[in-house]
Design a binder for this molecule. Sequence first.
Ligand SMILES: NC(=O)c1ccc[n+]([C@@H]2O[C@H](COP(=O)([O-])OP(=O)(O)OC[C@H]3O[C@@H](n4cnc5c(N)ncnc54)[C@H](OP(=O)(O)O)[C@@H]3O)[C@@H](O)[C@H]2O)c1
Length: 268
Amino acid sequence: MDLELDGRRTLVTGSSSGIGEGIARVLAREGCKVVVHGRHRERAEKVAAEIGAAGVALGDLSTDAGAQRVHEQAVAALGGPIEILVNNAGGSSTDSTTRPPLDVKIEEWLDSYNGNTLSSVRLALLAAPSMVEAGWGRLIQISSAVSLQPNGLGPDYSGAKAALNNFTVSLAGSLRNSGVTVNTVTPGVIMMDSLLQWGRAQFGDAGMSVADVTRHMAEAGIFELPPAGRLGTPDDIAHAVCMLASPRAGFVTGSNYRVDGGQVRAVL
Ligand SMILES: NC(=O)c1ccc[n+]([C@@H]2O[C@H](COP(=O)([O-])OP(=O)(O)OC[C@H]3O[C@@H](n4cnc5c(N)ncnc54)[C@H](OP(=O)(O)O)[C@@H]3O)[C@@H](O)[C@H]2O)c1
């Protein structure tokens, strides 16, 4: 199927590494004109060169001024307003994800909300008006399985991502009949390079395969293997993002797509 993404002006936040890098790579391969974003020039420029991106936008999305600068750089590099915004930047900025609710400080809640919810809200506020004016646009937020099924640790992170899911539905409703869709993609545990290296070190075999590292981790109780029988990859998330970014997904808005191998046991 032709996803009709050729030449679409796209910003993927947090695409200097990890899942965002995977999303930027796949969208670029599908023909999008992509701007790579991160806080560190060297990392962002490396990815941008590898995928033939239109440019880079640098800045911290946890401040209004930083988000403003990122938006301006992206529009300049793209040569026009953003048509597809993938709000991927975020993560657990502290080690609170290993601690139960009563051990997480208010400052950590504020950091998580700022870095995972407001970072996306800021860019949505900056990018959505021109999408509405053009009569077409795509806003896609990257959430987390713990937003739907908290695991009892790091409530600041799971709560911040839950607020992001909620924002998607509000924004989709308010942008009704505008040609602009707003959706969430919710990853389960993703086998990142850092997790793979950690696992290999943990189990004492630098050459251990992804499948064996995953099995050892599951046996050690580090996570429960989802029904798909493996952990996710950045490409798994990128493919769902491509589908939602496509003009062919014009009737999909306000949705939350779980791309988690069946990790979340919920009927929704
Ligand atoms: N990995 C998983 O298993 C998993 C599972 C569920 C959901 N997620 C979500 O998926 C998204 C990507 O996670 P990841 O694991 O790929 O993380 P990652 O490898 O640490 O990459 C995070 C990216 O976001 C950028 N970033 C983070 N905070 C930022 C800020 N305040 N301002 C600007 N840029 C910022 C980083 O830029 P720098 O290069 O400058 O650091 C980097 O490009 C996050 O929203 C995360 O919550 C991840």
